[in-house]
Every structure is written in structure tokens, then in C-alpha cells.
Design a binder for this molecule. Structure first.
Ligand code: FAD
Length: 355
């Protein structure tokens, strides 16, 4: 008998599997890895977020574990200040209200006049900028690929999907394809919304696109937030990742031409430069109605667990949330109420089906 079957090998499933193996458990991880949010994400770890320039509490709490986890994977994380370019009156007005406090906290720094002058010819219209300290970018596709190679080498990976109806419980163990498991952890991302074991959770999943573009000659650094969107320079090249948008009314996880055009138009309206589209990718973020994650056991099946709902911050949260779930399962450690799946047991709403 095997201790665990982990279903899904995005960031959540990768860190759950790795953490269980490190605790000495026997584990299989199943995933056909067709497409996932984890292989599409921009992967920015950003300490100051949103229109309101708010210091990100989750960043403070969980970035140390994220930084430590990604630093063990060669090439996975680049630490770099993030230059934030504010376009539009609202963003700039809100910045004026926050500036002093953030500067005092040493969370941000002013953009040097020479740097401002360097960037200015390439930005359309009125703008202002500042630098966010302590940020980083994770190459999430590389992380998933590195774990995949490790799990394949160690005989942990089963490269197929686990349809929920193929799993059966005999009163003692969970059985799948002739194998027996003590416990099962579902890390399926958005596909949980059509899994009968977890479809009762109130999902509000959001699709997002990330463009790969060539922008010739702009003096942008490694990490930029421009008009609220991320621009990540790929190495020393003139190629960038640009994204992401939020589509709450998506029909499937395929790239949508209209969304790509809108994103491209947004970028062209902000930058005075030649911009050439290289490719586009789409992924779906699993978001719960209250924007918390879901960790913990199924109400009717105590040996079935979930690790999901990492939303738009999965690169930041996956290492810490996998550890929380593992400590809960193996040591009985309490889960934070705002991320404990038990908070939904009495609050079900019908899930929105995938069309
Ligand atoms: C466009 C976009 C941009 C983003 N940018 C950022 C960012 O800048 N910073 C950040 O921190 N986060 C970002 N995120 C969020 C982050 O990517 C996600 O929170 C995280 O990747 C979710 O990981 P996951 O493992 O829960 O789900 P997923 O990555 O979706 O993985 C789920 C896995 O489960 C597998 N699976 C599903 N069902 C089954 C089954 N029945 N059997 C076997 N396998 C199954 C799938 O194949 C998949 O590999 C972004 C997301 C998107 C979409």
C-alpha cells in the first residue's frame, strides 16, 4: 500500500508531493500535464500590490518560505527590484496618498531622476514611477518541469489523469487502477469545479492570458509593472512576458483572440516602441468566493484532502500552503480558518459548470 496519491502536478501538487516525500512518505503523483495555470503564470512575487499600492500581508508571511523553496531549484528565481510605472490619474493620486508611508517602511524607493529621464521617451502621456524593493520572479514552468523530471526519475510520477469515478473506497483504502492508497490529495486547479468530490465549493475562477512579445530598444529592467500589468524581460533579450488579464466569464482554457488583441492594444497604448507579438498562452486561476485558499479534508471522506484556490498568487503561496496541509495531515496541526475548507461545509452554492 502507498501512503499518498497526489492528483495534479501544478505548483500545489509539486510542493505537496515533494513535502510528503521529504517527510518519508511513499507517494504517487498523477498528472497528464496538458496545460495548467502553473505553466502559464508570470510568476511575479510582488510586495506592494494593486491600485492602492498596498503592502501585501501574504507576501510578508509567505515569501520567506517561497524564496527558500525556489532557491533550491537552479534558475527558478530571480530577485530584482520592480519598477512601477503609474499611468492615469487614479493610480497616481492613490500613490501620492501612500508614498510617504511606504518610503518610511523602506518598501519602496523613488525612481532616480536619471532613470526617469531614460525611460520617459518610451512612455506615452503623463506618468510617474517608483521602485518596489524585495520583489522577485519565479519561472513557474521551470519549477513544474524540474519536479516532473525528479518525480519521473524517482518512480513517483504517473503521467495520466485520474477521473474521479475511477477512484473507489473499500472502507479502508482508496483504490485506483489496482493500486491502494491510505490518503488522496486533490491538487487539480480549476478542474476541481467539475470533480463531484469538490464541485460543491463556491468557485469564481478567472482566466488570464500572458503574451510573449518582442519590444525593441526599450530601457526597461528585468521586472516592471506598467499601468497595472506585469512586464518581465526574459534574460538579456528584447523579449518580454506581458500580462495578465482577468476574464470571469470564460468558456474554456484556450487562448482567446479578442483577449490577446485587447492586451496588445493596452501595451501599445502605454509604450512608444515597436511591439511584435511572439505568442500567447492562457491559464485559469482557481479562486474561491471569499478569495481564500482551500486546504483540508473532505467532510464525508476524512482520507480525501484538497490543496487548491491559490488564485493569482500561487507562485507565492504554494510552498507555504503545501507545508501547512502536510503538517495538518501528518501532525494534526490546525489550519488557518480563512484557508480551511471546513469554512464552506455549510455554505454551498451550485458550481458554475465548464461549458
Ligand atoms: C495568467 C496567469 C498569471 C499568473 N501570474 C501569477 C503571478 O505573477 N504570481 C503568482 O504568484 N501567481 C500567478 N498566477 C497564479 C498561479 O499560476 C496559480 O495560483 C498556481 O499556478 C495554481 O497552481 P495549482 O497547482 O493549484 O493549479 P494548476 O497549475 O492549474 O495545476 C493543476 C494540475 O492538476 C492537473 N489535473 C487536473 N485534474 C486532474 C486529474 N483529474 N488527474 C490528474 N491531474 C489533474 C492539471 O493537469 C494541472 O497540471 C497566475 C495565473 C495565471 C493563469
Amino acid at each position: 500500500m502507498t501512503d499518498f496519491l497526489v492528483i495534479g502536478q501544478g505548483l500545489a501538487g509539486s510542493f505537496v508531493t515533494d513535502g510528503l516525500l521529504k517527510r518519508g512518505c511513499s507517494v504517487h503523483c498523477a498528472d497528464p500535464l496538458v496545460a495548467s495555470a502553473s505553466t502559464v503564470a508570470v510568476g511575479l512575487l510582488n510586495p506592494v500590490v494593486g491600485k492602492r499600492h498596498s503592502p501585501h500581508g501574504k507576501f510578508v508571511r509567505h515569501s520567506p518560505e517561497a524564496f527558500a523553496a525556489y532557491s533550491t531549484i537552479t534558475g527558478a528565481i530571480v530577485h530584482h527590484p520592480i519598477e512601477r510605472i503609474l499611468i492615469g490619474d487614479e493610480e497616481r493620486d492613490l500613490w501620492q496618498g501612500r508614498k510617504e508611508q511606504l518610503m518610511e517602511q523602506n518598501t519602496v524607493a523613488s525612481l532616480a531622476p536619471s532613470r526617469h529621464a531614460e525611460i520617459a521617451p518610451f512612455i506615452t502621456g503623463e506618468w510617474e514611477g517608483y521602485t518596489i524593493l524585495g520583489g522577485a520572479r519565479v519561472d513557474t514552468a521551470l519549477v513544474v518541469q524540474t519536479f516532473r523530471e525528479q518525480f519521473t526519475r524517482d518512480g513517483v510520477l504517473i503521467p495520466v489523469a485520474v477521473p474521479p469515478d475511477e477512484l473507489s473506497f473499500d472502507g479502508e483504502t482508496w483504490n485506483w487502477c489496482g493500486r491502494r492508497y491510505r490518503r488522496v490529495v486533490w491538487c487539480e486547479g480549476y478542474r476541481a469545479q467539475v470533480n463531484p468530490y469538490w464541485s460543491w465549493l463556491p468557485y469564481l475562477n478567472a482566466k488570464g492570458h500572458v503574451l510573449r512579445v518582442r519590444i525593441s530598444g526599450v530601457p526597461l529592467g528585468a521586472l516592471t509593472i506598467c499601468g497595472g500589468k506585469y512586464l518581465v524581460r526574459l534574460g538579456d533579450s528584447d523579449e518580454f512576458l506581458f500580462g495578465a488579464d482577468y476574464d470571469w466569464h470564460w468558456k474554456d482554457d484556450a487562448v482567446d483572440g479578442g483577449s490577446v488583441d485587447t492586451l496588445l492594444h493596452t501595451l501599445r497604448s502605454m509604450l512608444r516602441a515597436d511591439i511584435e507579438l511572439h505568442s500567447a498562452r492562457a491559464g485559469i486561476r482557481t479562486v474561491l468566493m471569499d478569495f481564500g485558499a482551500v486546504l483540508g479534508a473532505h467532510p464525508d471522506h476524512p482520507a480525501l484532502f484538497i490543496c487548491n484556490g491559490l488564485g493569482a498568487k500561487g507562485a507565492l503561496l504554494a510552498p507555504a500552503f503545501a507545508t501547512m496541509l502536510i503538517n495538518h495531515i501528518l501532525d494534526g496541526a490546525a489550519l488557518p480558518r480563512e484557508h480551511n475548507v471546513a469554512r464552506y461545509w455549510q455554505k454551498t452554492v451550485p458550481p458554475r459548470p465548464v461549458e
